[in-house]
Design a protein around this ligand. Structure first.
Ligand SMILES: [Zn+2]
Length: 485
């Protein structure tokens, strides 16, 4: 439990460091089908042999650009020599705060800029390693403005011999198609020599990239771990509800799985620190893989509603691991009960709503994550008691299908209304209303007793004669008749 707790804190702190205000950026207009006459913007990138400089050429077609904007303003200092490229000589452009203004561009001209990939910054924006650089597109992909609906964005790369790009973008005859979410949400990417394997899980492609020399003889174990984690998720959704995912694995000195994060910009990505001497036991016990993948199968939620996005992911991590046989039923309940115990002790006295908004300042992650997980449990059990087969599973599955890829952020209120409407039960909205503006941790004692979950740790027992023992075992049982799309 101590290991899990410490990793949990590190995970949350990391997310807090890197994603102030959540996934960032307001959604732009939805793209419609691209026609032959649609405006287009093509990026050509050249990375130097030392992986220290990236040179960009941005060429619009049938589109007058007004600006190129840094999606992360504090990274603007890395951009050098913005200019209009003309046969008669380049015309320098100026940065105005976080954007390059393009006032005098003529049709057909392209814009150039260079990005310093040299010195590392805090967090994971840029990190140099053995024959690679972890360089998030947020650092080097300037967002064109305006972006009329239907504009086609593409990119190509000229890389040094032996160097490849790892990006979540779909491939395209010109190299890559750049999804508009790459301009509005945080993302991950890397250039370098690396181990790479494309897995197929639940109808989706899982692009597993291991940086920094990879895992050597441990590679098959690491690959199996990613495959099992994604399969656990696929069981819930009858497949993985996004067509393609990138798993960017960052080896670090150690034998365990470290923290991870889920990113949506440019395509679903999980980025996870994995010990370069990771053991089979550590991989078998890991929960980070399932947790981060779950986030990407759910809609994006408003940053202030982190208690819900993290609560659902935390709850389903144990549920899905038990259903997939990655842990036994008793251990899953023990993990949940232990989490509720920790969460109930780690608050700052704020209401859950306020605790969630302030958690990056107060570090009350345990309280926020586990209060959300407790509410997920209460909702799931109540729905099942009322005869809703599969409880929360059905609505979560529908949400994955409709909205896992959407740039729109959901609110907790919208989620509650959706679940209550789909199930025909007034369960989730009243539950959230009861607890969201209270400082008390959600009361799970009565529900756990009815399920027959007694005691904790070594003393924990699951009573077969409890009133809701059938509900309890159904929650953790493999999903019957689960099929792949
Ligand atoms: Zn999470």
């Amino acid at each position: 439990m101590a290991r899990r707790e410490s990793l949990f804190v590190r995970l949350a702190v990391c997310l807090g460091l890197l994603l102030p205000g959540g996934c960032g950026g307001a959604p732009t207009a939805k793209a419609s089908a691209v026609t032959g006459d649609a405006p287009a913007v093509h990026y050509s990138f050249v990375v130097d042999s030392e992986l220290r400089t990236l040179s960009a050429t941005v060429c619009p077609r049938d589109l007058q650009l007004a600006r190129l904007r840094m999606t992360v303003p504090e990274l603007a200092t890395r951009v050098r020599r913005p200019r209009i490229l003309r046969a008669t000589g380049d015309v320098p452009l100026e940065f105005e705060e976080d954007a390059v203004a393009i006032a005098s561009m003529t049709d057909g001209a392209c814009i150039g800029y260079d990005v310093d990939l040299g010195p590392p910054t805090e967090g994971f924006w840029i990190t140099h390693g053995d024959a690679h650089v972890l360089a998030a597109p947020d650092v080097w992909l300037l967002a064109p403005e305006p972006r009329p609906a239907g504009t086609l964005f593409t990119a190509s790369f000229t890389l040094p011999p032996g160097i490849r790009a790892a990006l979540p973008w779909p491939e395209d005859p010109r190299g890559y198609r750049v999804p508009t979410s790459a301009f509005t949400m945080r993302s991950a990417g890397a250039f370098g020599q690396f181990e790479r394997e494309m897995l197929r899980v639940g109808g989706a492609e899982l692009d597993v990239v291991a940086l920094g020399g990879g895992f050597g003889e441990r590679t098959p174990l690491v690959t199996q771990w990613m495959q099992k984690s994604a399969s656990a998720l696929a069981q819930l959704h009858d497949g993985v509800p996004v067509p393609r995912l990138m798993a960017l694995l960052l080896p670090y000195p150690g034998s365990e799985v470290g923290f991870g994060m889920a990113l949506r910009g440019g395509g679903p990505t999980v980025m996870i620190l994995v010990g370069s001497s990771v053991t089979k036991e550590a991989l078998d016990e890991d929960w980070v893989g399932v947790h981060e993948l779950f986030h990407l199968s759910a809609p994006r939620f408003l940053p202030g509603d982190a208690w819900l996005s993290e609560g659902l992911a935390t709850y389903y991590t144990d549920i899905l691991r038990a259903r997939a046989g990655l842990m036994d039923e008793r251990s899953a309940w023990d993990d949940l009960v232990d989490g509720f115990r920790r969460g109930s002790r780690r608050g700052t006295g704020r209401t859950l709503r306020q605790e969630s908004i302030d958690m990056h300042a107060t570090h009350a992650y345990q309280r926020v994550y586990w209060a959300g997980a407790a509410l997920s449990l209460l909702a799931d059990v109540e729905l099942r008691k009322r005869g809703v087969e599969g409880g929360l599973d059905g609505p979560i599955r529908e949400l994955g299908r409709c909205c896992a890829k959407s740039e729109e952020a959901w609110s907790a209120e919208e989620f509650a209304a959706f679940v209550d409407e789909k199930t025909g039960q007034a369960v989730v909205r009243p539950l959230f209303e009861r607890y969201l503006d209270r400082a008390e941790f959600p009361d799970t004692a009565e529900v756990l007793a009815a399920l027959g979950v007694k005691g904790a740790g070594q003393e924990m027992t699951l009573a077969a004669d409890a009133p809701q023992a059938g509900v309890r075992s159904a929650m953790m049982a493999p999903r019957a008749g689960s099929t792949r799309p």
